[in-house]
Design a protein around this ligand. Structure first.
Ligand SMILES: O=C(O)CCC(=O)C(=O)O
Ligand SMILES: [Fe+2]
Length: 365
């Protein structure tokens, strides 16, 4: 009896998910249609209960790219070890002033176009590496989240940039180039912090696999009932995130006494957020940490916009293996993970829902 009731509920949910996806206008479309409550498929069971918020005064470290390289490397490595996250400031030699504001404004402009114009772009895994959808894991997660996304895969295959919505095309293409310059600089610091050659990650093709996700978190009628992004770690080497001034990103931090709490990644004008992904934790043999983060809904009457660019190795052949870097392992410091190919790594990620944090465990020895 119970199992047939559960099966009926799952079928009912699947039909609701499909009907939502077929509107082709995302969560923003629900808001435009005037929903006054969060629909069932977006309702998370007590989404904010798991871990307390940080006490006042706890904040994510800052790395100043204008410091002499050894000092910047020390700061980046310290943050990557203890937090897995840091703000990057003074990167203006690499990113024109105001560039990310323009990117975020253009992303907002696309998401606020009339529904029929957005719907023309809606789709998942469309040829050409450019998609617009709500929840990349909509059909395999237990609960959907309150966000819409434009996703562009910049590498290892080049996208058909003509498919990027015109409202944000120039900004998205430009950000790929600027963010990659930032990523090259940050990877060099993180390599130096491990005692590796500055170009070790670049040589391992870690700047070549690039996916940009421009997120739009619509205003929510019941912000306490849903999430923008559920707690997760990023299945990548490195993430670079630009966010607008609304806020909502939180990072899970465990202090020296073993207490964990969520720390607000408050928007800092002109700063980028950088975070270590699962693959860098593995390659560094646990020297650097890939930590959980999430996006909570805000109760402001304002949508939030962010743009994340994810870096992964571009070399994806079946005979190219990734795992702890040989320079970092020894008989005293044995590898904590086995080696794997990128198809195995990404295939494992895409079989799971975002909220399951077992990706790293899967490769642990
Ligand atoms: O929008 C944000 O601040 C974070 C998004 C995120 O964590 C992700 O796309 O992996
Ligand atoms: Fe993330």
């Amino acid at each position: 009896m119970a199992s047939s009731a559960a099966a009926a509920a799952a079928t009912g949910r699947a039909a609701l998910v499909k009907a939502f996806d077929e509107t082709r206008t995302g969560v923003r479309g629900l808001v435009e249609s005037g929903v006054s409550a969060v629909p069932d498929i977006f309702r998370h069971h007590d989404p904010y209960a798991s871990v307390p918020l940080a006490p006042p005064g706890v904040s994510i470290p800052v790395v100043d790219l204008s410091l002499p390289a050894p000092l910047a490397a020390e700061a980046a490595a310290g943050a990557a070890r203890q937090w897995g996250f840091f703000y990057l400031v003074n990167h203006h030699a690499l990113v024109p002033p105001g560039f990310t504001d323009g990117l975020l404004a253009a992303t907002r402009a696309f998401n606020e176009l009339p529904a029929t114009e957005r719907a023309a772009h809606y789709g998942r895994s469309v040829d050409g590496g450019v998609d617009y959808f709500s929840n990349f894991d909509l059909y395999r997660s237990g609960t959907a989240s309150w966000r819409d996304t434009i996703e562009v895969t910049f590498g290892p295959s080049r996208p058909d940039t003509g498919r990027i919505p015109a409202a944000c095309r120039a900004e998205v293409v430009g950000w790929d180039a600027h963010a990659t310059a930032v990523s090259r600089a940050v990877m060099a610091l993180l390599c130096e912090g491990l005692g590796l050659a500055a170009d070790a990650l670049e040589e391992a093709s870690c700047l070549e696999g690039r996916v940009m996700m421009c997120h739009y978190y619509p205003v929510c009628p019941e912000p306490e009932r849903t999430m923008g992004v559920v707690p997760h770690t990023d299945p990548v080497v490195l993430t670079i995130l630009a966010q607008d001034d609304v806020g909502g990103l939180q990072v899970k931090h465990t202090n020296e006494d073993g207490e964990s709490y969520w720390v607000d990644a408050k928007p800092v004008p002109g700063a980028l957020m950088i975070n270590v992904g699962d693959l860098l934790q593995i390659m560094s043999n646990d020297k650097y940490k890939s930590v959980e983060h999430r996006v909570v809904m805000n109760s402001h009457e304002e949508a939030r916009v962010s743009s994340a660019i994810f870096y992964n190795p571009g070399k994806r052949g079946d005979s190219v293996f990734y795992g702890p870097l040989p320079e970092l392992v020894s008989s005293e410091n044995p590898p904590k993970y086995r080696n794997f190919t990128m198809p195995e790594f990404l295939g494992t990620f895409f079989k799971r829902e975002l909220a399951s944090n077992a990706l790293i465990e899967h490769f642990k020895i």
